[in-house]
Design a protein around this ligand. Structure first.
Ligand SMILES: Nc1ncnc2c1ncn2[C@@H]1O[C@H](COP(=O)(O)OP(=O)(O)OP(=O)(O)O)[C@@H](O)[C@H]1O
Ligand SMILES: [Mg+2]
Length: 328
C-alpha cells in the first residue's frame, strides 16, 4: 500500500499531503536510534492513527514534526512547506496537544485560550471571538470563567484541544490524548475530535487504545522499534485479519478431551472457559454442533479482543500470533 500516491477523498491530486515524512532518522545523544528511516504521508482531511508499543518512536516522530526534537536526517513537509527551511511557516499550520495537561490550573479557560493566541500574535479582539467559538465547541463555554483547576478530567482534556485549535491549525496532532482517562471521557473526546475533523482539520492521533483508532481513524501507521511495519487504510488492514477469537463460558465442567473442529482451535483456559480461534469466513454452527455432541453447554460467549488488537499483536509481536492461549 503506497499511501503516498493516493489523494484523500475530496482532495485534488495536486494538493500536497498535510504531512509528508521522508526517510526520517533520529539518533539521540545516548546512541538510541529512535527512528530508523520513516516515510509517511497523511492526506488533507484525513484522520490518521499512529500506533505502536512503548518506545516505538511515536513521540519522537511527533516531536520532530512539531519542532520540539531535532531530527538526525530526513525530510518533513507540512502542506508542502519544508519544516527545515521554513520552520515558522510550517509551525503555524500545526496544533499540538501533548500528553500531559500543561496549562495553568489557576487560570480561567477563556484566559488560557486568549493568552495562548496572543503568544501566536493573534490580536486580542479576534482571540476573544475565537475563544468563545472554541469553548462552545468543547462544551466549555459555561465554564469559561471558572478556575481551570475545578474542571473535571474530561473538561481539562477538551480544554487542551480547544487551546490547540485557537491558531486554527490545518493539522492537529495529538500525542496519546486519552492516556489513562476513563472510557466516558474518551468517548467525549472522540465526539469533539470527530467534529474538528468534519470541519476540515486533518488529525494525527497516537494512541495505545486500539479501539480508539478503529473508532476514529481512516488510515493508520503501525510503528515498531523505529520503523513503520504497516500502513494504509484502516479497512484494508482490518480485512487482512482472517482469524477471530472468542471466549466461551461453559456450564458445568469441561470433559478431559475437547472435540476437534476442523479449521478452529479450541483450548481450555480453565474448567469453565474455552478459548476459540477460527477463520473469519468460517461459521459458528459447526463449532457449536461439535460442542453440543461432546455434551458441552455454552452459556455465553464474548469476542476475545478487538480486530485491531489482533492486527497490532501480529504486526509487532513476532511470536504472539502463534500462541493459542494468549487471551489472558
Ligand atoms: N530525549 C531522549 N533521549 C534519549 N533517548 C530517548 C529520548 N526520548 C526518547 N528516547 C528513546 O527513543 C525511543 C523512542 O521513544 P519515544 O518516546 O519516541 O517512543 P513512543 O513510541 O512515544 O513510546 P510511548 O508509547 O511509551 O510514549 C525509546 O527507546 C526511548 O527510550
Ligand atoms: Mg510517546
Amino acid at each position: 500500500m503506497t499511501a503516498s500516491t493516493q489523494p484523500a477523498a475530496g482532495a485534488s491530486a495536486a494538493s500536497p499531503p498535510a504531512l509528508s515524512v521522508r526517510d526520517l532518522r533520529k539518533t539521540y545523544d545516548n546512541g538510541v536510534e529512535a527512528l530508523k528511516g520513516i516515510s509517511l504521508d497523511v492526506h488533507p482531511g484525513d484522520f490518521h492513527a499512529l500506533l505502536g508499543p512503548n518506545g516505538a518512536g511515536k513521540s519522537t516522530l511527533i516531536g520532530i514534526v512539531s519542532s520540539l526534537v531535532n531530527k538526525t536526517s530526513g525530510e518533513v513537509n507540512v502542506f508542502g512547506v519544508d519544516l527545515h527551511a521554513h520552520r515558522d511557516q510550517a509551525m503555524r499550520l500545526i496544533g499540538l496537544v501533548p500528553q500531559e495537561l500543561n496549562f495553568n490550573m489557576f487560570e480561567k479557560p477563556r484566559d488560557i485560550l486568549v493568552n495562548y493566541a496572543g503568544f501566536y500574535g493573534i490580536p486580542r479582539a479576534q482571540a476573544l471571538v475565537r475563544a468563545e467559538e472554541e469553548l462552545r465547541r468543547a462544551q466549555l463555554w459555561d465554564k469559561a470563567q471558572m478556575m481551570s483547576r475545578t474542571l473535571s478530567g474530561g473538561m481539562k482534556r477538551r480544554l487542551m484541544i480547544a487551546r490547540a485549535m485557537m491558531t486554527r491549525p490545518r493539522l492537529l496532532i495529538l500525542d496519546e490524548p486519552t492516556a489513562g482517562v476513563d472510557i466516558e471521557i474518551r468517548r467525549d473526546m472522540w465526539k469533539t475530535l470527530r467534529e474538528i475533523n468534519a470541519a476540515g482539520t486533518t488529525i494525527i492521533l497516537t494512541t495505545h487504545y486500539l479501539e480508539e483508532a478503529e473508532n476514529l481513524c481512516r488510515h493508520l501507521a503501525i510503528i515498531d522499534r523505529g520503523v513503520i511495519v504497516e500502513q494504509g487504510p484502516m479497512r484494508t488492514l482490518l480485512a487482512k485479519l482472517d482469524v477471530e477469537g472468542f471466549l466461551l463460558d461453559i456450564d458445568g465442567a469441561l470433559p478431559h478431551a475437547l472435540p476437534q473442529v476442523g479449521g478452529a482451535t479450541l483450548v481450555a483456559l480453565d474448567a469453565h472457559t474455552l478459548d476459540l480461534d477460527m477463520p473469519r469466513a468460517m461459521d459458528l454452527n459447526g463449532v457449536f454442533a461439535a460442542l453440543d455432541a461432546a455434551g458441552i453447554r455454552v452459556r455465553s460467549m464474548r469476542t476475545k479482543s478487538n480486530r485491531l488488537e489482533e492486527l497490532f499483536v501480529r504486526m509487532t509481536g513476532p511470536q504472539a500470533a502463534a500462541q493459542p492461549g494468549k487471551a489472558a
